[in-house]
Design a protein around this ligand. Structure first.
Ligand code: PGA
Length: 242
């Protein structure tokens, strides 16, 4: 059942990229292969400065997203970007509650409000959750993630969960397929059959296939390996056929 959901391969460029990274159609060519568009969504979340200059998703099939948003529509919030602004610039998704934003102060309540704002704007929030290494070592990983989901998730029709163990982000350490399987099965119980659950944390071409093959892994959120179109294309190729 769960594997009938479309696979979502999402690249988060974080604070990387300038106008020279804005693609020509040829650069996007490898992100889909054969008829993978039928079951696969490739999403790029560039810095907001580049969003409006990226190729039109209607033409390339490569979707665009923001990396964070403010909960309000507009106002005196210097340096912030609303979900409506992201949508206006071409985004159809936005990442909220990334551990780097949580580490900088975002609480579950903030993430909840941002996810709600995304829905208000008509874009899909990717709500990130994940335990720290200390929490995992204490045997609390599932309890932490379950509590984060409960508190960060408003009542929404359409959303994506990204499970990203904090200790696996940007470290080269990946959770084992067994750990990922166990956590994703628990998240599936909590969110139901229709929600896509992504894994994130040092996903790369070498480990993508074994992670994406797991029953309740419906895609990946990729940092470092998503900065190069070739490695992103290889990860996208590892998406299982339905
Ligand atoms: P990474 O980042 O792939 O570089 O570990 C993942 C993320 O931050 O979403």
């Amino acid at each position: 059942m769960a594997k009938k959901l479309r696979t979502l391969i999402a690249a988060n460029w974080k604070m990387h990229g300038d106008m020279s990274w804005v693609f020509k159609p040829a650069d996007f060519a490898g992100l889909y292969h054969a008829d993978s568009r039928k079951h696969l969504d490739v999403l790029i979340c560039p810095p907001a400065t580049l969003l409006g200059s990226m190729l039109d998703p209607e033409q390339t099939g490569v979707l665009l997203g923001g990396q964070d948003c403010h909960a309000e529509t507009s106002g005196a919030h210097t340096g912030k970007i609303s979900a409506e602004m992201l949508k206006d610039a071409g985004a159809s998704y936005v990442i909220v509650g990334h551990s780097e934003c949580r580490a900088a102060g975002d609480t579950d309540a903030d993430v909840n409000a941002k996810a709600k704002a995304a829905a208000r704007a008509g874009i899909i929030p990717i709500i990130c959750v994940g335990e720290t290494e200390a929490e995992r070592n204490k045997g609390k990983a599932q309890a932490v993630v379950s509590a984060q989901i409960k508190a960060s998730l408003p009542k929404l029709k359409d959303y994506v969960i990204a499970y990203e163990p904090v200790w696996a982000i940007g470290t080269g350490k990946t959770a084992t397929p067994d750990d990922v399987d166990e956590m994703h099965n628990a998240i599936r119980e909590q969110v139901g059959a229709k929600v896509r659950i992504l894994y994130g944390g040092s996903v790369k071409p070498a480990n993508a296939e074994s992670l994406l093959a797991l029953k309740n892994v419906n895609g990946a959120l990729i940092g470092g390996a998503g900065l190069e179109m070739e490695s992103l294309a290889e990860i996208a190729k590892a998406a299982p056929q339905p």
